[in-house]
Design a protein around this ligand. Structure first.
Ligand code: NAG
Ligand code: NAG
Length: 353
């Protein structure tokens, strides 16, 4: 019964999200949230912490955007890690609608949390700019003004990044209900994700004036492509910092993170941080959250992480032969049809033993 309810809810939210992506009238989807009652929906979303449920009830429209943001984060993570042993797949898939579950506080968890919170901040900011949310819109501090002496002014709709960041901080950080080192780690990485978004914001301009001279410009702040955030955080991941939790007062709970190797130093706000070492992800081990690489596709000739040697951890690989067919040599005939040949090729695919 519980499973059935969850499945139904999942379906409901999925329809909600797809209706937002595919069809423009978002208000339609949102009004259905309102019609169904924020209470009912918010009580049934699996895996929300109590504080998150309260936020959900007061801002159901922003929760819809957050769900999209979390999905963007997950897709980006799976793209970035597609050719590595850990490919951003976790054991508790089901609860991952609004975030990730990581048993161990390792580097991979740090990336997941950062991209998730960046995704939520991104999607909420974007929804604000598109006029989808009731409590935000364009950045009011960058309203259309007058040209400066250098012929420059704000105009159009600047992304209200501050609103998106604030919402993401409140909503995503509220997932942590304990107070321990892991909480500090998750908060740090959530903030690093939001910071990645701020640091990659850009300004677009439109030129006015006599053709092409660009003597006058109207500019607005805009979100970067989300891929840029994914790339940026991947470079942070590869230089992520090993930290430990410390308490200034021994009787109290941990209050800050310090570098594992140098207790006098704190990690930077933009650093991704981890408490625990990662497993090698070669074998299935639920205690470390490792799915193993059995059955993963690999590249026989590559010497990188997607190569069969590294991907399969020396266990060897299976070869599958198949025939690939596709349309080729297409010719356009006047007018109006296209004629193609069918090409085929024997190819091989390799999967880890
Ligand atoms: C990720 O890896 C797991 C097993 O390690 C596999 O089942 C899954 O299909 C992979 N996902 C992608 C997107 O490659
Ligand atoms: C396998 O790796 C080689 C060398 O890195 C690359 O040239 C080739 O395109 C890869 N093949 C596939 C199917 O990805």
């Amino acid at each position: 019964m519980l499973v059935l309810r969850k499945a139904f809810l999942g379906f409901f939210l999925l329809t909600l999200f797809t209706s937002i992506e595919k069809r423009a009238p978002v208000t339609e989807a949102l009004s259905s949230v309102v019609a169904l009652g924020a209470n009912i929906i918010c009580n049934r979303i699996p895996g929300l912490a109590p504080k998150q449920r309260a936020i959900c009830r007061s801002r159901p429209d922003a929760i819809v955007a957050s769900g999209e943001g979390a999905k963007m984060g997950l897709n980006e993570c799976q793209y970035q890690f597609r050719s590595m042993r850990w490919n951003c797949t976790n054991l508790q898939e089901e609860e991952s609608m609004f975030g990730f579950k990581h048993i161990v506080g390792n580097k991979e968890a740090s990336y997941s949390y950062a991209i998730n919170s960046a995704g939520v901040a991104f999607a909420v900011t974007q929804a604000c700019s598109l006029g989808k949310l009731s409590k935000c819109g364009c950045d009011k501090t960058k309203k259309e003004g007058i040209y400066t002496s250098s012929g420059w002014k704000w105009g159009g709709c600047s992304a209200d990044i501050k609103h998106g960041l604030k919402f993401a901080r409140k909503f995503v950080d509220a997932r942590e209900i304990e107070q321990n080192g892991r909480t500090l780690m998750n908060w740090h990485n959530n903030r690093a994700g939001r910071k990645a978004l701020i640091d990659n914001m850009k300004t677009d301009c439109k030129c006015h004036g006599v053709s092409g001279t660009c003597t006058m410009k109207t500019c607005w702040n805009t979100l970067p492509p989300f891929r840029k955030i994914g790339d940026y955080l991947l470079s942070k991941y590869s230089r992520s910092k090993h930290v430990k939790a410390a308490n200034l007062d021994k009787r109290r709970l941990p209050t800050l993170l310090i570098m594992k190797r140098n207790a006098l130093r704190k990690p930077k706000r933009s650093d991704l941080v981890f408490l625990d070492k990662s497993p090698n992800y070669c074998d299935y081990d639920p205690t470390t959250g490792s799915l193993g690489t059995v059955g993963r596709k690999c590249n026989r000739t590559s010497t990188r992480t997607d190569g069969c040697d590294l991907m399969c951890c020396g266990r060897g690989y299976n070869t599958h032969q198949y025939t690939r067919t596709w349309q080729c040599n297409c010719k356009f005939h006047w007018c109006c049809y296209v004629e193609c040949n069918k090409c085929s090729e024997r190819t091989e695919e390799y999967t880890c033993k």
